[in-house]
Design a protein around this ligand. Structure first.
Ligand code: ATP
Length: 323
């Protein structure tokens, strides 16, 4: 391997820059030429590819977002699009690819490897934490910190006005951010897509808390829940809790921004180095992850199947602490 290109794809996540920096610096350490592909697979198709130098990656470790920009590319889902992308890599004589992104982006890398045999390795970069083969994905910890910090602020106003807040957090169809936010911000209840909580049970719990004279009530709702988002659930139960001033807050994209936490910086840095070393050792079509504090390489096909389960014990804790 002589020339490695790196890209970020799908939803951006804090720590992507730290992963880019580590990948590029590791490449320089091993005397490789490093390239940046802008706007993910879309940029690969449009030949938006530039040679990177040290100056391009200085002072990016601590910055949120991604200097390479990210995109969702419909064209890359087509064989013609992928062929164009491959031809562009050939033009630059790129013989290794590091893809930083979520399950969709890694699915793309897997297909690309199968079709063209270009050595590719993935780094899990998504706030959703929904990939197998790693305990944590880059961006998840920062997103949880951001959510918890926001909920602390909401609690101040909730307490002052005896309000009931429904706070919706991100995570697509996974409840990882919700469960962490639920535990970390002492939520009255936490609704995640992986577990059913009938609306009646939620109403009962909130009524019980009223009797217990709880000062504030915050319910965390994962965006991908089966009973609907925060607004829908609030609408469904408002008649049954007429004495509450019910408010809905959707945290939305603020969860994606901000400087990465220490944990995300360290994770991203380890995985950037691991990605380059993996490619040099002939580990292709795998994702670098960290399990029990050790770097592991998992076949992408395994990392993207379904998604990792929310830990039963975490769910147990959230239940006990919010009762
Ligand atoms: P996040 O989890 O943060 O949303 P993601 O990587 O899962 O990130 P997606 O939009 O699912 O985000 O995927 C990003 C891009 O990866 C897509 O726009 C597309 O270009 C490519 N991709 C996804 N799935 C496939 C597929 N089945 N075949 C080819 N390319 C794909």
């Amino acid at each position: 391997i002589k020339r490695i290109a790196v890209l970020t794809s799908g939803g951006d996540a804090p720590g992507m820059n730290a992963a880019i920096r580590a990948t590029v610096r590791a490449g320089f350490f091993y005397n490789l030429e490093m390239y940046g592909i802008f706007r993910g697979y879309e940029g690969m198709i449009q030949n938006d590819i530039k040679k990177l130098e040290s100056k391009h990656i200085s002072h990016i470790l601590e910055r949120g977002g991604t200097i390479l920009k990210s995109a969702r590319s419909q064209e890359f889902r087509t064989p013609e699009g992928r062929k164009k992308a491959f031809e562009n890599l050939q033009k630059h004589k790129i013989d290794g690819l590091v893809v930083i992104g979520g399950d969709g982006s890694l699915t793309g890398a897997h297909l690309f490897y199968k079709e063209f045999g270009i050595p590719a390795i993935g780094i899990p970069g998504t706030i959703d934490n929904d990939l197998a083969g790693t305990d944590l994905t880059v961006g998840f910890d920062t997103a949880c910190n951001t959510a918890i910090e926001a909920i602390d602020k909401i609690r101040d106003t909730a307490t002052s006005h005896d309000r009931l807040f429904f706070v919706e957090v991100m995570g697509r169809d996974a409840g990882f951010i919700a469960i962490n936010a639920g535990i970390g911000s002492a939520a009255a209840a936490t609704l995640i897509p992986e577990k059913k909580m009938p609306i009646e049970r939620l109403v009962e719990r909130l009524k019980a808390r009223t009797k217990a004279m709880k000062q504030s009530n915050i319910v965390i709702i994962a965006e991908g829940g089966k009973s609907g988002g925060a607004a829908e659930i609030a609408e469904k139960i408002k008649k049954q809790l007429p004495y509450y001033d019910i408010k809905v807050t959707i945290l939305g994209h603020l969860q994606r921004g901000g400087a990465p936490s220490s944990l995300d910086r360290v994770l991203a840095s380890k995985l950037g180095v691991a990605a380059v070393e993996g490619l040099m050792q002939g580990k292709y079509d795998v994702m670098a992850g960290v399990i029990n504090n050790k770097v592991v390489y998992t076949p992408i096909a395994k990392a993207i199947v379904g998604h990792k389960e929310v830990d039963e014990y975490d769910f147990h804790v959230v239940k006990i602490l919010s009762t």
